[in-house]
Write a protein that binds this ligand. Structure first.
Ligand code: MG
Length: 388
């Protein structure tokens, strides 16, 4: 990339937790980046204020009912305003864009991410679900298009950083994903059956959106990350381990064949992996607090409680069975997570739904994106029928 030119960024999901933190990073380095497009699902007010501040070429609001509000509020500026999922999928292909930050939540991130790959954009990937549900298709298309996929997820960024200088996959023995354990670490299934939504939303270390915070409480998030890591780094699930590390300082590790282990550390702040994904292979100063290991004093490690937090091994089983199973467990989880946040089901109904997803799909050796979309719809419906 030409170093004298600013990198032009499109942020998909600019009003979410990752999107707003990405804009903080960009504001800090306004000499290096410019915002070309901002897109949001529903939060028109925040999208408007972001657009007025960062002056992009385009904004897209996915919810078409909010188009008039956004258009009117930006009428005095030369910003083009669009609405709907099609506009969102189109805007990522605009010629001046260098990097697309895919930071929308869930399954909806897949289509625009695929379009950005097809248009040859570098992808800073925060939307883990698109790799979970169609990882081999996404990675294959990126390989054909010659576009890098740079992880934003903190664990995957840590692995990506720990792999810099690695001379080939035959040097890697295993990947170790760290997990904070979430707010319910140490609880029994009996205790988990009674936890409330507000307890589940209190993550001990990370500030994140509601969907992923619930995924952390069930530890489904770690299962999804295992699938994400398998695709991203071309590793077998059997060579990816999970390690509970309550302090969230070591963000993940790579063990090499000589038993040397390389890790990335830092305070738990998403602005580090976001910034690295946007500046890679460069590094710049960051507003994030320095890591003071003497202050942290104690770092602890233990095995996950797989019996209580069953979602991790359900995800492991899904990636090992392959085909449409990862898409099925993801769809069941997205639906159950939503039902839990709406107060319609209990906490342990989430792993129950994820387990039931295995009965919704058949083993296939080959599949298309269409099959993934159909699986998603069918499993969401089946999940709803399970409870309502
Ligand atoms: Mg993560």
């Amino acid at each position: 990339m030409d170093d004298n030119r600013k990198r032009s960024i499109a942020i998909l999901g600019s009003t979410g937790s990752i999107g707003t933190q990405a804009l903080e990073v960009i504001e800090e380095h306004s000499d290096k980046f410019e915002v070309y497009a901002l897109t949001a699902n529903n939060n028109a007010d925040l999208l408007i204020s972001q657009a007025r501040k960062f002056n992009p070429e385009f904004v897209v609001i996915a919810n078409e009912n909010k188009y008039a509000q956004v258009k009117e509020a930006l009428a005095d500026l030369p910003i083009k305003v669009y609405a709907g999922a099609d506009a969102l999928a189109d805007v990522v292909q605009a010629e001046p864009i260098d990097i697309v930050l895919a930071s929308m939540v869930g399954y909806a991130g897949l289509r625009p991410t695929m379009n950005a790959i097809r248009a040859g954009k570098a992808i800073a990937l925060a939307n883990k679900e698109s790799l979970v549900i169609a990882g081999d298709i996404v990675m294959e298309r990126a390989r054909i298009a010659g576009t890098p996929i740079i992880p934003v997820d903190s664990e995957h960024s840590a692995i990506f950083q720990s792999l810099q200088g690695c001379q080939g996959k035959n040097q890697i023995k295993r990947l170790i994903l760290t997990a904070s354990g979430g707010p319910f670490f140490g609880k029994s299934r009996e205790e988990l059956s009674k936890v409330t939504l507000s307890q589940a939303l209190k993550h001990p270390n990370w500030s994140m959106g509601a969907k992923i915070t619930i995924d952390s409480a069930t530890m489904m998030n770690k299962g999804l990350e295992l699938i994400e890591a398998a695709w991203l780094f071309g590793m077998k699930a059997a060579d990816i381990d999970i390690l509970v590390h309550r302090q969230s300082i070591i963000h993940s590790l790579v063990e090499y064949v000589d038993n040397s282990v390389i890790a990335q550390l830092g305070v738990p702040d998403m602005r580090i992996p976001i910034q690295y994904a946007l500046t890679y292979p460069d590094r710049f100063e960051s507003p994030v607090k320095q890591l003071d290991l003497a202050e942290a004093a104690i770092l602890t490690f233990e095995k996950p409680d797989y019996e209580t937090f069953t979602c991790i091994n359900l995800c492991r089983r899904a990636i090992e069975q392959g085909g449409l199973f990862p898409a099925a467990v993801n769809a069941a989880n997205e639906k159950a997570n939503e039902l839990f946040r709406e107060g319609k089901i209990g906490f342990l109904d989430i792993p129950k739904a994820v387990e039931a997803a295995f009965d919704c799909v058949k083993a296939v050796s080959d599949y298309t994106l269409e099959d993934v979309f159909e699986t998603d719809i069918a499993v969401r419906k089946a999940t709803e029928r399970l409870f309502i």
